[in-house]
Design a protein around this ligand. Structure first.
Ligand code: AMP
Ligand code: FES
Ligand code: ZN
Length: 328
């Protein structure tokens, strides 16, 4: 098999693009897909201050490296979730990656806010992944705000987006279908959220990470209950094999035609936001979601205390409400 561009021996076959590339031309292809993805939806410009959320997985590391290679002003943010047998390794991978390339890195530990994920898991009745996601989004927003970053970039790829779109469609969730996409506009106090890898599949980012010699953190979260997402992803692998390119057509078709249709009929968001009395973050309830979780976990540990951020001062200044369907 020959490289489509230079006719050297191909190393990566991409049936969905009806192409194969040698390593060098594949890296070029990858860069062009990222810049096209950014330009097509106006995700960001070189004058934005970008915070890249780095989990230690291949996608977010590839994202950070590629944004930096393209000249974006990007700083990494890793959240250490305090999960035994997983978090320390993920953090070490991110730290080595940033040291190797000389990238700025901010690390936050949820344990420092009383929210090591194993403690949260014990205290809450809901599935831990959604609660953990809420805590992560709160910290993303807070760090962005405190550091003056106006864009928050995550490593979500085309497979993630298509699995989410399929899940939203199976439930006919009009609100989420009206909102899903590679960009969630900034609202007062919150950074714009972008997914610059939306044009690239997991297979493509894995190849990029491999060719760039990136060490990454493979181990899935031990609490992962991602069964439904994995099922949808497997379903799409089967479909894509039989109909190469379908995944991208489905997602692009949704962005071009489907989403506006849902926007036209989805009930308008009539929620009135007010500052959370505990941390100041906009919320439609009496206390924001993050403060509620924190109060529950700390109250359980010290019965009789409110566990509110003011009670021990550690979360002063937290700022967030993210009910965004785009966030995971
Ligand atoms: P996931 O939901 O684990 O597939 O992660 C999706 C994206 O969220 C990743 O590509 C990262 O950009 C970001 N992310 C997930 N976990 C973390 C973390 N612990 N610290 C920083 N960013 C994260
Ligand atoms: Fe949050 Fe697994 S990463 S529960
Ligand atoms: Zn709050």
């Amino acid at each position: 098999m020959k490289c489509r561009r230079c006719h050297a021996e191909a190393a990566v076959a991409l049936p969905s693009h009806n192409s194969a590339f040698c390593p060098e031309c594949f890296l070029d292809f990858f860069s062009r897909q990222v810049s096209r993805g950014i330009e097509e939806h106006g995700l960001m410009t070189k004058s934005d201050r970008v915070l890249a959320a780095l989990s230690g997985g291949k996608d977010s590391l590839a994202l950070m490296l590629e944004l930096s290679r393209q000249g974006y002003d990007v700083t990494g943010l890793h959240i250490d979730l305090g999960i035994p047998g997983s978090s320390a390794e993920a953090r070490a991978v991110v730290e080595r990656f940033c040291a190797r390339f000389g990238f700025r890195l901010i690390v936050r530990e949820t344990a420092a806010e009383g929210l090591a994920i194993p403690d949260v898991k014990e205290a809450v009745k809901r599935p831990i992944c959604s609660v953990c996601g809420k805590i992560k989004r709160h910290i993303f927003n807070r760090v962005a705000r405190e550091g003056g970053f106006n864009v928050l970039a995550t490593g979500h790829n085309l497979d993630d987006e298509v699995a989410r779109l399929t899940s939203n469609t199976l439930r006919w969730d009009m609100g989420y279908l009206a909102d899903q996409g590679p960009m969630l506009e900034d609202t007062e106090g919150f950074a714009r959220k972008v997914k610059p890898l939306w044009r690239l599949t997991e297979y493509e980012t894995a190849n990029y990470a491999f060719l760039m010699g990136l060490e990454n953190h493979y181990a899935p979260c031990p609490y992962s209950q991602g069964a439904s997402f994995s099922t949808l992803k497997s379903m799409w692998i089967g479909l894509e094999e039989k109909m190469p390119g379908r995944k991208m057509h489905f997602y692009q078709g949704f962005l071009a035609r489907g989403r506006s249709a849902f926007r036209a009929v989805a009930p308008a968001d009539s929620e009135i936001l007010a500052p959370c009395p505990s941390c100041g973050s906009p919320t439609s309830s009496d206390v924001c979601g993050y403060c509620r979780i924190r109060s529950l976990v700390l109250g359980r540990r010290h019965p009789g205390t409110s566990g509110s951020p003011q009670a021990d001062g550690t979360a002063a200044g937290c700022q967030e409400l993210d009910t965004s369907p785009a966030g995971k």
